[in-house]
Design a protein around this ligand. Structure first.
Ligand SMILES: Cc1cc2nc3c(=O)[nH]c(=O)nc-3n(C[C@H](O)[C@H](O)[C@H](O)COP(=O)(O)OP(=O)(O)OC[C@H]3O[C@@H](n4cnc5c(N)ncnc54)[C@H](O)[C@@H]3O)c2cc1C
Length: 307
């Protein structure tokens, strides 16, 4: 079996999730080719253990992000029976388009992958997991921070291919805005605010705690929809980002099923909510029933003592 991995790139280099994709794919015992959109991170990809070949794909379309154009260019050079990308950010978009172009199935947000192409992925907004065995060609996206990264030490050969796609709608600004701070999909600790924060200015209290413990700030959809100051890139949940941190702190978030779909696999969940009946407490490991105005200053002070 030949596997093609679509590298996730950022700031002209490889995003750490790329090594996780290689780590997961290595367990299948197949030959691995990594494709680097825009050529970014090609040398780095060669150094990941288990990678057989690296293709740096350069072309005009890679100057900005357009999922359709990138998929067109990458599909033209991607061989392999199985194409694997990262579930967060651009990978989900590109991989679904590649699957559609090829007329093959896509399985999104895979959380377990083992030899024989036995796969587990969430269904019904994360309420259940489905086990599948894949036969035939297919495209997968894997959840970030779920598979151990392949170690460095690889010596793959790097080839450069010139290939572009037809740009119809380029997204540049949204990516710039999202990258100003640690992204929720990269973070090991997340502190998220909901509509219970009352006003977008109050998110500064979450940023202050985040700065103390090196966390990313997230948000519920109600917060993102209500206040334009809270960018969509912060949204966690069914129609936002799926996260898998060690610690998720939900502040003023009720715990609607669509929010839980994006964060319920967090290792530890702490909920701060003034309503003891809030559904978030059903999934929380630690629940604090009080207002955030009472809890956050104490949390910040105590965490500051630990760092
Ligand atoms: C198709 C679909 C997709 C969706 N996708 C998403 C998604 O991806 N992500 C998502 O989050 N939602 C999503 N939603 C919306 C979801 O159903 C909820 O409406 C949303 O999650 C509610 O956000 P919230 O908990 O911040 O707000 P609310 O439901 O308004 O809850 C606010 C909470 O704050 C508490 N509170 C109020 N004041 C304080 C205070 N001072 N201190 C402490 N606690 C306080 C309240 O007790 C309450 O529990 C989706 C909905 C649909 C229909």
């Amino acid at each position: 079996m030949d596997i093609t991995i679509i590298a996730e790139t950022q700031d002209g280099g490889l995003h750490p999730v790329t090594a996780q994709l290689v780590g997961a794919a290595s367990s299948l015992g197949a030959s691995l080719t990594v494709i680097c959109p825009g050529g970014a991170g090609g040398e780095e990809a060669c150094g990941i253990s288990g990678v057989g070949k690296v293709l740096a794909v350069t072309g005009d379309c890679f100057a900005t992000f357009d999922g359709g154009a990138w998929a067109e260019a990458l599909d033209a050079v991607a061989g392999g029976d199985l194409v694997i990308g990262a579930a967060p950010t651009s990978g989900r978009d590109i991989c679904s388009r590649i699957a559609a172009r090829r007329g093959v199935s896509i399985i999104q947000d895979v959380i377990n992958l083992s030899p024989g192409l036995n796969i587990t992925h969430p269904i019904y907004s994360g309420k259940a997991n489905q086990d599948l065995t894949v036969t035939g060609n297919c495209v997968l996206t894997l959840r970030a921070n779920t598979f151990p990264p392949a170690p460095s030490g690889g010596t793959a050969q790097l080839s450069t291919v010139q290939q572009s796609g037809d740009v119809r709608l380029a997204v540049a600004e949204a990516f710039a805005r999202a990258s100003e701070r640690l992204d929720v999909t990269d973070a090991d600790i997340i502190i998220s605010g909901g509509r219970g924060m009352g006003h977008p200015d109050n998110f500064r209290h979450l940023y202050e705690v985040a700065d103390v413990i090196g966390a990313a700030v997230g948000a519920s959809r109600a917060a993102v929809d209500t206040w334009e100051e809270i960018p969509h890139s912060l949204q966690v949940g069914q129609t936002g980002k799926t996260v898998n941190p060690s610690l998720y702190i939900a502040v003023g978030i009720s715990g609607a099923i669509q929010h839980l779909a994006g964060m319920r696999t967090s290792k530890y969940i702490v909920a701060i909510n003034k309503d003891p009946e809030a559904p978030i407490f059903k999934v929380a490991d630690y629940g604090i029933v009080c207002t955030w105005e009472e809890a956050i200053p104490v949390l910040k002070e105590e965490l500051s003592k630990l760092t």
